[in-house]
Design a protein around this ligand. Structure first.
Ligand SMILES: [Ca+2]
Length: 158
C-alpha cells in the first residue's frame, strides 16, 4: 500500500519493537498487522472469550499520532473491526485497559467492507509512546493491516 500519510508533514511509522495483545487465535498474531500482507492468513485475530480485546503498539520513540489506516480481513466478519477505541499515551496499558492517562484519538464505529481500508483521523494529534486499539465490547477483534501516520519530526529543517 505504500506510505499513505499526508506528506510532507506526516509520515508512516514502522514499529520494530512492541506489538502485542492479551491473546490471539492460532497464528493470527499481532505482528501480522504490520507485515504488508493483506491475505487472510496474515491478519491479527483475538481469542474466543476475550474481554474487551485490545492491541497495543509501542513506538521505538515517542511519536505524535495523527491518523490510522486500518484494513479489515478480506473474507467475512466485518463487525470484528466495529466499535474500536483508539488511544495514545505514555504508559503501557494494563491488561484489558488503555494506558493510564491515555488520550482518545478516535472512536471507530466501523462499518467498512471486506478487505477495505478505513482512514481514521485523530480528533487532535496526540503524542505518546503507546497506541492502543480496544474493542469496546466482548466480541471478536481482527485487523489485517494497520498503517500509523505520525507527525514528521523536524520537517521544517529539510
Ligand atoms: Ca497482514
Amino acid at each position: 500500500m505504500g506510505d499513505v500519510c499526508n506528506a510532507p508533514t506526516s509520515t508512516y511509522v514502522a514499529t520494530s519493537s512492541g506489538i502485542w495483545s492479551d491473546d490471539q487465535t492460532g497464528t493470527f498474531i499481532p505482528p501480522n498487522i504490520f507485515d504488508g500482507n493483506y491475505e487472510l492468513s496474515s491478519m491479527y485475530h483475538s481469542a474466543s472469550g476475550e474481554v474487551l480485546p485490545w492491541l497495543q503498539v509501542e513506538f521505538d520513540e515517542p511519536e505524535t499520532v495523527e491518523a490510522l489506516f486500518l484494513t479489515s480481513r478480506p473474507d467475512c466478519c466485518m463487525e470484528q473491526v466495529n466499535n474500536v477505541k483508539i488511544t495514545v499515551g505514555n504508559m503501557p496499558a494494563v491488561v484489558g485497559q488503555p494506558s493510564p492517562n491515555a488520550h482518545e484519538c478516535a472512536h471507530f464505529e466501523g462499518g467498512i467492507g471486506l478487505g477495505e481500508t478505513a482512514e481514521i483521523t485523530c480528533d487532535d494529534p496526540i503524542p505518546g509512546k503507546y497506541l492502543v486499539l480496544q474493542k469496546m465490547e466482548d466480541t471478536l477483534f481482527s485487523i489485517n493491516e494497520l498503517q500509523i501516520c505520525v507527525a514528521r519530526k523536524y520537517f521544517l529543517d529539510s
